[in-house]
Design a protein around this ligand. Structure first.
Ligand code: FAD
Ligand code: UDP
Length: 382
């Protein structure tokens, strides 16, 4: 096959772009993926006990975007649920995001009633207030709640996850988990909250199954692509088609300006011959332990045909680029964004070269936003 488009990476960004180019634009597409599987970080598989696990951390597809939902629904049926998270604080498991139910668990009923009225009067029922904003409220009662949430939900967890205090990281990040002025215990507010019924990997396989798409796994793009003097070479020959790159941009240019900083995670999986480990899909450890959270997969995927249970603990650390490490989170800071910009400007000399994805764009994308961005990008490609 002679390719019109080459896409590096078979995560949600690459797979969505591939399908849309193949289908809508009738392009011949090659997808190059260095892992031995498709799906990127959404990849899941059965472990040796037959329990469906998410290899790169728990993933829930949540969206309000009808177009994205509709597109992905062509490749899977869904297991829909309202995703809930609790935090272990002392002996209690409290709902996160902190909401009015949480308020009633941590204060006596008289005080909780009074504080609830105050929060509603101040922010309005149903509103979602970032912790950094709540802390600025002049009312001592509201600040008492903010102090509680800061100390018991954000401080230690954020220190573990980012190696920095909540006030030192981008407010966009802590703002993802606001204080919720309602009795809604769900982690996300989106209309759709689901995992693919048979798992993410079959959904990706289905998406990439198209006569115009060829996928090469176990292949690092750097073995096939060269960038020289404003020209792109594929297998030694000049490539005049469209290239979409979804990997880390510093790696593509040999880290010549230094490495872009990322946070990484180590996942430790444990299996137990018991029906349940924690009775919840996700428990956040916000005041204790070295790991940030424990996910018990059967409660996330709805899997019923198993007696045992598998969990995963997440241990964050600073990515160094060492063999085997995976860059998971861009660190949204001015100086990192400037460094990113230096790399990005290197790509300007190549026409029809697009950066797409959480690594390539050095951004914090959810699955749905990534899928939307890939669909929009393909819409712009001739
Ligand atoms: P990726 O999934 O990382 O895919 C990029 C692919 O490119 C990878 O497969 C990689 O191997 C490949 N690649 C890189 N370099 C090369 C190369 N040189 N040659 C060939 N291939 C290469 N989002 C949600 O919406 N809900 C969630 O619950 C959720 N949970 C998350 C939990 C964790 C722990 C993390 C880290 C993220 C989570 N996300 C979640 C975000 C979600 O993972 C991303 O939105 C999504 O993976 C982005 O897709 P992508 O295609 O940009 O990147
Ligand atoms: N966070 C926290 N405690 C929690 C949940 C979240 O401190 O119990 C903070 C933390 O800094 C985290 C950020 O809020 O990185 C965003 O959380 P989210 O769950 O959205 O992160 P994800 O793992 O999805 O990237």
């Amino acid at each position: 096959m002679m390719y019109d488009c080459i896409i590096v990476g078979a995560g949600i960004a690459g797979a969505t772009a591939a399908r849309r180019l193949a289908e809508e634009k009738n392009k011949k597409v090659l997808v190059i993926e260095r892992r031995n599987h498709v799906g990127g970080n959404c990849y899941d598989r059965p472990d040796e006990h037959g329990i469906l696990i998410h290899e790169y951390g728990p993933h829930i597809f949540h969206t309000d975007d009808e177009g994205v939902r509709e597109f992905l629904s062509r490749f899977t049926k869904w297991y829909d649920f309202g995703h809930e998270v609790v935090a272990k604080v002392g002996d209690q498991l409290i709902p996160v995001p902190f909401n009015l139910n949480t308020l009633h668990m941590v204060y006596d009923s008289e005080k909780a009633d009074r504080l609830e009225q105050k929060l509603i009067a101040e922010y309005g029922e149903g509103s979602r207030v970032p912790i950094m904003q709540l802390q600025k409220n002049p009312d001592p009662d509201v600040r008492e709640i903010a102090d509680y949430v800061y100390k018991n939900v954000f401080l230690y967890y954020t220190m573990k996850q980012w190696g920095q205090k909540p006030e030192e990281i981008s407010p966009e990040v802590t703002g993802r988990v606001p204080v919720v002025i309602s009795g809604d215990n769900r982690y996300f507010k989106d209309k759709y909250q689901s995992v693919p019924l048979q798992g993410f990997t079959p959904m990706f396989e289905e998406m990439l199954k198209h006569p115009n798409i060829e996928v090469r796994t176990n292949t690092d793009c750097r073995t096939l692509l060269q960038f020289e003097d404003g020209k792109i070479y594929f297998e030694g020959e000049e490539f005049g088609g469209t290239l979409i790159y979804t990997g880390a941009i510093d790696e593509l240019f040999e880290c010549r300006f230094g490495r872009l900083p990322y946070r990484s995670l180590e996942f430790k999986f444990e299996h137990y011959d018991q029906d349940s480990f924690q009775g919840h899909s996700v428990v956040n450890y916000t005041v204790s332990e070295d790991y940030t959270r424990i996910t018990e997969f059967k409660f996330l995927t709805g899997q019923k045909d198993t007696d045992g249970t598998t969990i995963v603990k997440e241990y964050p650390f600073a990515y160094t680029g060492a063999e085997g490490e995976i860059p998971y989170y861009a660190i949204l800071e001015e100086k990192n964004e400037q460094l990113y910009e230096k790399y990005r400007s290197l790509t300007e000399q190549y026409s029809n070269f697009h950066l797409l994805g959480r690594l390539a764009e050095y951004k914090y994308y959810n699955i749905d936003a990534m899928c939307r961005r890939a669909m929009d990008l393909v819409g712009e490609i001739k």
